[in-house]
Ligand binder design. Structure first.
Ligand SMILES: Cc1cc2nc3c(=O)[nH]c(=O)nc-3n(C[C@H](O)[C@H](O)[C@H](O)COP(=O)(O)O)c2cc1C
Length: 199
C-alpha cells in the first residue's frame, strides 16, 4: 500500500478480531519505528510489546478502563528513553530516578516561545515527545498497510503503566498503541478544511 493511501485509509480502530497478529507483522511494525527520524538521530525511544492477557487487562485498568486496550491482541507501549540523551539529560535522569520531578510549565512555554531561560531539560523533553510520536505514527501507518488497525492512546496513568510493566524510571511511557485485525470499518472522522488550517 502506498503511504498516501495508508494515510487516507487509516482510522482509529477500537474493535479487534480475536485472531493473533503474526510475529512477522509485529517485527515489521517495530522496524517502521526503528527507522523513524529523530532530532540529532538520538532515537530517544524504547518499546514494550504486550500480548499477555493478564497484563493487557491491567493496562486497560491503567487506561481508565478503555476496554479496547485489553481486547486488542497486542499493545505496543511507546516510551521515552531519556538515557539516549547521554550527558545532556543528566539532570533529567537524576530527577526521574529520585521521582522528584516537578513539571515546569513556565520553562516549557519559554522554550516554545524561543525565549531565553529554558534549560537543556526542556529542550530534551520536547524533542523526546516529538521523536517518540514520529515513531508511533510510523508504526500506525505500517500497521495500516499490513491490514491491521491501531488507536493512539494517551489517556492513561503513566505511573500505573510503569509499575505494571516494571519500566525503569528513565523510560516513562508516552503512548499505548493497541493493535490487531480490525473488526470495524469506521467512517472518517471530520477534519478542518485546508483553509481553516492555513495561517
Ligand atoms: C496523541 C493522541 C492521543 C489519543 N488518545 C486517545 C485515547 O486515549 N483514547 C482513544 O479512544 N482515542 C485516542 N486518540 C484517538 C483520537 O481520538 C482520534 O485520532 C481522533 O478522534 C480522530 O479519529 P481518527 O483517528 O479515526 O481519524 C488519541 C489520538 C492521539 C493522536
Amino acid at each position: 500500500m502506498e503511504v498516501l493511501e495508508a494515510i487516507k485509509r487509516r482510522r482509529s480502530i477500537r474493535r479487534f478480531e480475536d485472531r493473533p497478529v503474526p510475529e512477522e507483522c509485529i517485527r515489521e511494525i517495530l522496524e517502521a519505528a526503528r527507522l523513524a527520524p529523530s532530532a540529532s538521530n538520538l532515537q530517544t525511544w524504547k518499546f514494550k510489546v504486550v500480548t499477555d492477557p493478564e497484563i493487557r487487562k491491567s493496562l486497560r485498568e491503567a487506561a481508565f478502563d478503555q476496554k479496547f486496550v485489553e481486547r486488542a491482541p497486542v499493545v505496543i507501549v511507546a516510551c521515552i528513553d531519556f538515557t539516549a540523551f547521554g550527558e545532556r539529560s543528566r539532570r533529567t535522569l537524576e530527577l526521574l530516578r529520585s521521582r522528584a520531578v516537578r513539571p515546569s510549565l513556565e520553562m516549557l512555554l519559554r522554550y516554545l516561545r524561543g525565549e531565553k531561560g529554558a534549560e537543556q531539560e526542556e529542550r530534551n523533553l520536547v524533542s523526546a515527545c516529538i521523536n517518540v510520536s514520529i515513531a508511533v505514527q510510523n508504526m500506525v501507518l505500517a500497521a495500516t498497510s499490513l491490514g491491521l488497525g491501531t488507536c493512539w492512546v494517551r489517556a492513561f496513568d503513566p505511573q500505573r503503566v510503569a509499575e505494571i510493566l516494571e519500566l525503569p524510571p528513565e523510560c516513562p511511557p508516552l503512548i499505548l498503541l493497541p493493535l490487531g485485525y480490525p473488526r470495524e470499518d469506521p467512517e472518517p472522522r471530520s477534519r478542518k478544511s485546508l483553509s481553516d488550517i492555513l495561517l
